[in-house]
Design a protein around this ligand. Structure first.
Ligand code: DOR
Ligand code: ZN
Ligand code: ZN
Length: 420
């Protein structure tokens, strides 16, 4: 199949400029002015960018298919402009050995609409202590190891996991949380938790574990990736270790970038781990995006049922969905408000991730497969959770007004999503 994406502005080679793109058999074959070959798709007034990559997604399959499946999450991702996602291993069974990992890889082969990079667990059944997963056997099939949802309690476990991950050139992807400092917390320990007398989660529960992990990462030279950074003190530590050239990368989520404890209401949709922290923490996260301490955007798309989210802050499950709306939210609240350039946001949602984890990139260059997102930056719309294709509707952003609607997503030259 031959077609031309015509009259768009494209983000290629670090610049945004008007060019047409010729796609032949799924590949980007020519980038130039005035191409008129094959079928013409008019993209006037649209932006074409490298399709997004999300390094942190919960697919819930196998084990929790009532919340989400690989079929539904990849469809939701395509709607959000993504063609590649990393899938977290807090599943049932947890992929701790090759047999259970293969079970998931087979579902992905059968059901996934986009490229899925399944992560395996660091410790057997994500217990955080006891025994390491079969890292050496699973390494050829994964980009990294994570116990997301839980911290690694035992320092020796983390040290030995890092040594093994380094040996097989894989990343440790860390949900950094010292579980001994949790005190049954449900939201950030701060203004709101004091006011409402709710158990709070100390910022230190994150910072303490990151401190330990960065000491060990320097020692083992592993690629240490920090998930969903939430506390300003953690960012100070990251700066110290980045300055020492430790191989550490950091992701931030749209909810930690855009919200803080002042936005809390006693409604389960605001409950997430790590929690929405103080206004100062939120400001520090935006600052760290500007100065490059934070490398990439991850949604931590974490679907739950209506029922599981209907029990207020105290008893609802932790987690928010976000993969269908992440670009539009960040475009509206970071780029349109002149906090971050459009180019930087696009880098943080694609190239920075493929570079950090050494996976195929989605760049718009001749010879690459066409993995593209087409965006109408000027189109205004209101987020309606009932229109989500994800099974999860648990977002605090329902009703938000956004610019930057995803019009089309192309994976390997094939149109996998088109706005109706
Ligand atoms: O809020 C969260 N939800 N944080 C996590 O670390 C896990 C996730 C989930 O799996 O629901
Ligand atoms: Zn996590
Ligand atoms: Zn997560």
């Amino acid at each position: 199949m031959i077609y031309t994406l015509k009259n768009a502005k494209i983000y290629a080679n670090k610049k945004i400029e008007k060019k047409d793109i010729l796609i032949v058999d799924g590949k980007i074959t020519k980038i130039d002015l005035d191409i008129n070959e094959g079928k013409i798709i008019d993209c006037k007034n649209k932006l074409i960018a490298p399709a997004f990559i999300d390094p942190h997604v919960h697919s819930r399959e196998p084990g929790y298919e009532y919340k989400e499946t690989i079929a539904t999450v990849t469809k939701a991702a395509a709607k959000g402009g993504y063609t590649k996602v990393f899938l977290m291993p807090n599943l049932n069974p947890v992929p701790s050995n090759l047999r259970d990992l293969n079970l998931i890889l087979n579902i992905i082969k059968k059901d996934a609409l986009i490229d899925c990079y399944q992560l395996a667990s660091i410790t057997k059944n994500q217990t955080g202590k006891g025994e390491l997963s079969d890292i050496e056997f699973m390494a050829p099939y994964v980009v990294g190891f994570s116990d997301d949802g839980k911290g690694i309690v035992d320092s020796k476990m983390m040290y030995e996991a890092m040594l093994k991950a380094k040996k097989y050139k894989k990343a440790i992807i860390a949900h950094a949380e010292d579980e001994t400092l949790l005190y049954g917390g449900v939201i950030h320990k701060g203004k709101y938790s004091e006011e409402k007398n709710l158990p709070g989660i100390l910022s230190a529960s994150e910072t303490v574990q990151v401190a330990r992990d960065l000491v060990l990462a320097e020692l083992t030279k592993v690629h240490y990736h920090l998930c969903h950074v939430s506390a300003k003190e953690t960012l100070d530590l990251v700066k110290y270790y980045k300055d020492r050239d430790v191989n550490v990368t950091v992701e931030a989520t749209p909810h930690h970038i855009m919200l803080n404890e002042d936005d809390l209401k006693d409604n389960g949709v605001y409950k997430v781990n790590p929690p929405l922290r103080s206004k100062e923490d939120q400001k520090a996260i935006v600052e760290a995006i500007k100065n490059g301490l934070i490398d990439m955007i991850a949604t931590d798309h974490a679907p739950h049922s209506e029922e599981e989210k209907s029990k207020g802050l105290l008893n609802s499950s932790f987690g928010m969905v976000g993969i269908e709306i992440s670009f539009s939210l960040l475009y509206t609240y970071l780029v349109k408000q002149n906090k971050v350039s459009l180019e930087k946001l696009l880098d943080m949602m694609s190239i920075n991730i493929s570079k950090a984890f050494e996976i195929e990139n989605n760049e718009i260059i001749i010879g690459n497969m066409a993995n593209l997102v087409i965006i109408d930056l000027d189109k205004e719309f209101i987020i309606d959770k009932n229109k989500f294709v994800s099974k999860g509707k648990n977002t605090p952003f329902n009703g938000y007004k956004c610019f930057g609607q995803i019009i089309m997503t192309i994976s390997k030259g094939e149109i996998i999503y088109e706005l109706q």
